[in-house]
Write a protein that binds this ligand. Sequence first.
Ligand SMILES: [Zn+2]
Length: 666
Amino acid sequence: MSAMASIVPLDVDGTAGTDHPVDGIISQTQSMQLASNNRDGANETAELDGSVSIDAITVNTTAPSYDFQGFSSTNKVEPCEDQCKCTHPYFNKWDGGYHCLDCRYRLNNTPEAIEKNKDRLALEAELEKNTPVDVIGEGQSVGSMSAARGVSIGFLLAFTKFYNCYDWNSWDIIRKILKPATEEHRCRVVELPEMASFVGPAKTFISYAQAGKWGDLVAAIADGGADLDRCVWIDLFAIRQWPSDKPDLDFASTIEHCSSFMVVCSYLKEVEETDFEAVVTGQASIYDLDVSVKRQICFARVWCLVEAQKACSMVGMPFIMKVGHHVLGADGSLTFDPAPSNMLQILIFSVDVKKAEATVESDRQRIIADIVAGVGVDKLNSTIRGAIIAAAGTKNGAIQCAACGDGNAIQTLLADPKSIFDICAGGFEGLLTTLLDSAIITDINMKDGDDGKTALMFASMGGHESCVRALLDAGADKDAKNTNDRTALLFASVRGHESCVRALLDAGADKDAKDNDGKTALMSASMTGHESCVRALLHASADKEAKDYKGMTALMFASMAGHESCVRALLDAGADKEAKDNDGGTALLLAPMAGHESCVRALLDAGVAYSTTTGLTTLFFMRITLLILPGYRSIRAMLFSISRWRQWEAEIASSKAPLTSSKLRL
Ligand SMILES: [Zn+2]
């Protein structure tokens, strides 16, 4: 077992590293059965492709499960044969530009285009002028009116079944169904007469990436036996899909009128296949993936972060994450299949809202600046990470339905004391309070059956400060240990949840408690690169020189994993720069092994003495031998490290500033 191997596989639930992390952690698929209806006679085979011509979508005349009868519109579109003379019917208006939904032709991007399309532009301007305006009623606001435009989950299921649009993305839904349906009055979908019985005040705001599959979204929303009468807010139905003076873009005020927030992310093979070791050591992340993939991850896009930040800033707002894909059974049943744990781990270790992207750079800068000035980047990262951790650990989608206020789900939860684990993992403060107020919890330090975690550990692992504080107030044991001797403080530290680390330290939790590998909270936070937690622990005088059973210190872990900011925080606090592990290795030896020049530079800047080349090389190759032992999964990444290290060595040998020869005796 090498030192390197010990930093690598960290499971979603923070349990010990193995080569096959978290097998079995993902719950059994939660199945949601659609009421079975006669599919005969339904024209569900229409092959639709938005880039070419579209024939009418034939309306299904059999009654679907929620009695949705389809929209009365037909969808007849002439093929657009000459791209220079777009005859497609629908245009989006972005920043004053008209973009064809079918061929992306732009009506007015050049003076020539404006001249050529002046009749069409005049027609669009006229239609836009005639778009009805909203009247804000007595006691109402833009937000309250927007939130009233929810649609029932039963409708979503029926709609999706009716149009057989499980594999479409949202753009297809807009183009092929919603635009034609609302064309006549240029109204919102919820304003159509056919929608009257499916619209109501939204309880759950749904945030998702429009490039993801529609079926995944609907299956995620319905997962866990959701109340079919609960209304959810989805932009497609609630927003006018036509240009107007006042577009419906006030998402933040809409969220204020909702009582739960759900983020849905489709399963993505490319994310699952990203090299986990490379992600942990910062050499790869989801943000390096192709834009076509990133477009499907909502928190990789800044616009979705506007919504996430709002939800994150609302006290007690359940923040739910669902990651997975839909499975359509032969009998018409729709099931949500959660993503495999390795995809979730990669998401957890990659999340960094600062790296989110936008088509327009100025949008990106403004939104990130808003987050920095608002809840803060660390808090938003921690919230998203916590929601993914909960998604990975939650064994029952009913918990999330209960968090969204579904009565039956709440009753089921309150009858089972063990539901406290999932409630705490999800950070559902309201449910926790209800549960603690009931007589059903007789032992607040009860341990779960897997590895002996307490409710406090689940809440700490997910970064749910309010639940941590509620549990501490209710007398939870702050120093309880699981079967690996991990404490709540260790769980919070390894996941980078600074607010929970502080709450536990404030309550007097043992800051130097060690797990059965001898790791402390400070080592855990250093290893995973969570500078804010490292600083909080150092501020609380956590032992900087503590060693794990291999003799490794926090500084060595930070150096080896390449977390320069943590290295600097530890050096600033006066950590012993020359400390040796059981093999005689030091922080300066461990950093180059993984190719982390920035950490080496930080150590050299701090005046760490450099050993002789001979000694260095000997130790280096000794360690490489250890690394080749079974258990190290990514030989490719290791070889990369070696070549990188050599390159680095050559670079330093020939470099002048800032590495002076007095610092380097090569
Ligand atoms: Zn066109």
